[in-house]
Every structure is written in C-alpha cells, then in structure tokens.
Design a protein around this ligand. Structure first.
Ligand code: 9MR
Length: 568
C-alpha cells in the first residue's frame, strides 16, 4: 500500500514550553533528493518571529521517510505561532512549501493538559454518579455498584463481596488490581514529585491549585478505597472484577442490567501490586497532613503488611486464566513485584520492615535480580522499587547507601534512553511499537524526569519534552494522542462510555494507546493508513489495539506533566 503521507511537517500540535526545547520535523519521502530547507516561525498576525534552516536528522526505517529538523528553541515569547517551511532540491528548486496550524508557546498548556489528564481518572470512576456540575454533558448515573458480587464459578467460593468503587481500567468495564496498582502508584509518584525535590513527600500542592471536583490526592484515594475492599480476610488480594462476558458498546447502566459481574482470582501479583501501592500511599497521605489523612495512611500500611505476608506465604499464586469478559494481565514473574513492595515497605519502616532478614541485604539481592528498565509497565514493575529507594529522604547510612545505588541505576537507564533518542529519527527511545506504545513512551519520559529531580541535568528534562512532543503530535500519523487536546486528537477512541453516552466528543484528557505494529485488531478491519509499522494507528472505535485508552497509560502522562510543570 502506498503511504498517504508525502512531505509533512511534524510538530507538537498543542504547544511548546516557553523555556523548553522547540523542535519540529519535516518528513520527506526517502526517494526525494532534498538538498536542504529553510523555515520561519510566524506569529498570529503573520509576522516573522524567527528564521532558521533545516538540518538532516536521518532516515526512519519504520516510516520510509527522511526526517529533517528545525529548532526554534530561542523563541521564548509566549503567544500563538505557526511554522512555515520550504524544502529545496537540487538547483534550489522548491520541492515542498507548507505551513502548520497555530500552536502555543506557553507554560499554561502543560498545566491545562495536566488538569485534563487528572480529570480523566474522575471520568473513569465506576459505581458512582458523575454529576453534571463536574462533568457537564458527560454526566452519568451511578451504575456497577459492585457492592454484593458473587465469586466467579472458577473460584468455587460461596457468598458475596463488596468491591464497590475504583476506576474502570480502560475502554472496558473491568476493574483490575494488576494494572490498577501500577497506575495508582504512578499517580502517588506524581504527588511525590510535584512537591519539589527537597520535600518529596507531597501531594498537597494539588489541592489549592486545581479547580477539580477532586484533587489528585482525592482521586487516588477513590481507587485506594476500592483496593482496600479487594483484600480478602486472609490478607490476599482478589485479582479483578469482571463481567461474565465482554460488554458491547453500551453504557455502564445498560451493562449493569445485561450482565452479571464477578470477583475473580487471587494471585501473588495482585497481592503485591496492592502491597506496593498501599505502602506508598502511607507515605503520601501521612505527608498530606490532617487527622483523616493520617489515619487513612495507617490503614494503608497495615493492609500492605498483611498483603505482603500473604504473598510471602503464597509466592507463586497464579493469575486467573480466564479472559471471557476481561483482560488477562497474566504475569508469571514475581521478583519485580516483590522488590517493588519490599522497597516501599523499607522506605516506610526502615529496619523494622519485616523483609525476612536484614532489609539492606534483602534489598541488595532484589536489586541484583531486577535491573531497572527504561520504563515501568504493568508487567515489569521493578522501577517502582528503584524509584522508591532513589527518592528516599532517610538520612540513616544504610538508606543513603541504597539511595546512591538506586540513583546511579536510574541515571544509567536515563542515559540509555537519551542515547536511543539520539539514534531515532523521531527522538524515540522505544524500538518497537507495542500495544500501548504511548504509555511506554510516557513511562520513559517519567524515568528521565525522575533522574532530573535530583541531577537537575537539563538533558533529561529535554529528552522528556521530546517524548511529550511525540505524544502531542510530532509523530508519523500527525495525531495529538490525548482526546480534546488539539485539532488532530482522537474522536473515536475504543471506549465503551465514550461511544454510548450520546455525546459526540469523547471526554477530554484520555491518552490512547497509539501506534502498535502488532495490529492485533486486524480481524475488525481497521483502516490503517499504510503497511509500514510506523503508521499502525487509526482513529476508529474498532481499533482496540491502537485507539483504546487505559489508566496505566494516562498515569505516567499525568506524572510527567506534574513533574514538568513543577520544574518550570
Ligand atoms: O495493556 C495490555 C497489553 O500490554 C496487552 O498486550 C493486552 C492484551 O493482553 O492487554 C492490554 O490491556 C488491556 C486489558 O487486558 C483489558 N483492559 C484494556 C487494556 C488495554 O487495552
């Protein structure tokens, strides 16, 4: 199939930060004999604000393009601008002339997107009414109360269980502890990081500054209350709440009438996702101050400890192999989840953490077994452990030693990310477009900003900004991947609520999975624009492999925007 893109200007469709890097690309067909090019930045009235020339960045294997770059970082006057380019061939013949739409130079757009992103979690709430004063035309009645669910037949267990609340995972109506755990933990990290590096315990800073129905901390608590309900009497944590069969594109209220929902499974991974997230919640809620937060923090820590003990006694409890009505989130490697939990418990309890041995020795073994990755994922969670230790402000010598080691490890992967970005035409650090590639990209940006939080090395922050540029439009498919963020944003995400609520536009602030060269949805006949891997995205409801939204992709984006906005 011929690629529909010929020459294209690829840029951040939303905006660029005032004092941050401002780089755009021009993608040309490889066959075009480009000799160079020039650009100018025009302000809203068409006046030239800056002029420059294009430099060759390199060939892009996954799109079949040659990519050129223009840099207008020195333009630091807030306002609305467009880019105008002229690409030249041999003999100075113009091969292409074009202009972009208007975009912003401001810091405000970063805060605006942060707010939208936080609010998208409110939109994902299950079991409660979303009133019109908070969500306008997207209001919906309470459904899926889930307060007296039977156990799925595979569990062979009688009785009912209250699993009220929590976020829907994605475009489906399932609620999962694996994935919910890494998502809520990432948002807790956003609270920690937004507080500035001298005081990493925070979360409070969101309260006065965001005119949301709930602050980020309140939103996080909504999920954590659901988590607490998912803990069994013996300390183990149920795996998921699932409808009996996959829902159609119906509202939560209709799904409630049409389908029975169940509690399903209890695994080592779900129990450790819970334990890791709740130990971190102890830190964040205690630091938020106030009697209520403090007693909630204590409750979280006690629940975390009970869960950890269960996991130690049940170190190989498998995930429920049933995907008749919800996703699998199957993971057979538990070392990373153990490390995550132990690091979090150590940060809260120091030497008293019941890690089955001297905590420093146990953690040193965990570190050796679980090298950091460029980013977190629902499956590979060890970075949570590394980050907890790296951000530990404990001045005890053992904690300082672990902190230094963790910081060096995070800097190692951050440097690797930068190197990979430097070698890629679109400044990406991923080497394959998987399901949820935007989540992976956001997670790499988060690693860079974690490294930035103590190094203050601008290269890390700049790398993160370039990854954000990709998410907001500087990509092969010319899409700003967050709903409602720009003219090019997804309009038809694979999301049951968005497609059944009778509102034309999807709720704003939802990050979709993005380019996915595995295209697991081909049987649904999506119209991908080209066969090349870099064009594996389509804004169609049927494309669950490229156009779904999920909490574990939104969470790192929230954390990145939170960390970035607090660094400005
Ligand atoms: O994000 C998950 C991805 O890594 C897996 O490859 C995929 C298939 O198992 O599932 C994705 O997660 C989905 C989950 O199973 C159910 N809710 C929607 C999630 C996002 O598509």
């Amino acid at each position: 199939m011929e690629c529909k893109f010929v020459f294209s200007i690829r840029y951040n469709h939303v905006g660029y930060g005032v004092a941050l890097p401002k780089i755009f690309y021009v993608a040309a067909p490889v066959a075009a004999a480009v000799s160079g090019g020039t650009f100018c930045i025009l302000d809203e009235s068409g006046k030239v604000a800056l002029e420059g020339s294009l430099g060759r960045r390199g060939e892009c294997g996954y799109t079949g393009e040659t990519v050129f770059a223009g840099d207008f970082s020195s333009l630091a006057v807030p306002g609305k601008y467009r880019i105008s380019v002229k690409v030249l061939g041999e003999g100075e013949i113009a091969l292409f002339e074009g202009q972009t739409r208007l975009f912003e130079i401001s810091d405000e757009w970063i805060r605006r997107q942060l707010k939208a992103n936080i609010k998208s979690f409110f939109f994902q709430r299950s079991g409660v009414e979303l009133p019109v004063e908070y969500v306008g035309k997207w209001a919906r009645p309470a459904a899926h109360r889930d307060d007296a669910l039977e156990f799925h037949p595979i569990m062979e267990r009688n009785g009912v269980w209250n699993a009220h609340g929590g976020w829907y995972d994605a475009g489906d109506y399932g609620k999962y502890i694996v994935n919910g755990g890494v998502s809520v933990a990432t948002l807790l990290l956003a609270c920690e990081m937004n507080h500035g590096d001298s005081d990493i315990l925070g979360g409070k800073s969101f309260r006065p500054s965001f005119e949301l129905p709930a602050s980020l901390l309140d939103e996080v608590r909504f999920e954590l209350e659901f988590f607490l309900r998912m803990q069994d009497e013996d300390g183990g944590v149920f795996f998921k709440v699932t409808p009996g069969h996959w829902d159609g594109f119906v509202t939560p209220a209709d799904s409630d009438v049409m389908q029975k929902r169940y509690i399903m499974g209890k695994s080592t991974t779900s129990t450790l996702n819970f334990a890791g997230a709740l130990a971190q919640a102890h830190r964040v809620f205690r630091a938020a101050g106030g009697h209520q937060n403090k007693s909630f923090a204590e409750k979280c820590l006690a629940a975390s400890l009970r869960a950890y003990r269960w996991a130690v006694e049940n170190p190989k409890a498998d995930w429920p192999h049933n995907t008749e009505g919800s996703g699998g989130y199957g993971d057979e490697h538990f070392d990373d989840e153990f490390f995550w939990t132990r690091a979090m418990l150590y940060r809260e309890l120091r030497e008293d953490a019941p890690l089955g041995g001297d905590p420093e020795t146990v953690l040193a073994e965990d570190m050796a077994k679980n090298p950091a990755e460029a980013g977190l994922s629902w499956r590979d969670t060890q970075n949570m452990g590394w980050i907890a230790l790296a951000l530990n402000d404990d001045t005890a010598p053992a904690a300082v030693k672990l902190r230094e080691k963790a910081r060096a490890e995070i800097v190692r992967v951050a440097d690797k990310i930068l190197k990979l970005q430097g070698e890629d035409a679109y400044a990406l650090s991923i080497r394959r477009f998987i399901w949820g590639s935007n989540g992976e990209i956001a997670n790499h940006a988060l690693t860079l900003l974690v490294a930035y939080s103590w190094t203050h090395d601008d290269r890390y922050r700049n790398g993160a900004v370039e990854l954000l540029d990709f998410i907001y439009g500087r990509n092969p498919v010319d899409v700003s991947f967050v709903t409602g963020s720009a003219w090019s944003s997804p309009e038809h995400p694979h999301h049951r609520i968005c497609h059944s609520d009778g509102v034309l536009e999807p709720f704003p602030g939802l990050l979709v999975g993005g380019i996915n060269s595995d295209r697991q949805d081909m049987h649904r006949k999506p119209q991908y624009p080209s066969d090349l891997p870099g064009f594996s995205y389509t804004d169609e409801r049927c494309s669950f492999a490229s156009n779904e939204t999920a909490i574990n992709w939104n969470a790192p984006l929230t954390a990145v925007l939170a960390a970035l906005s607090s660094s400005l």
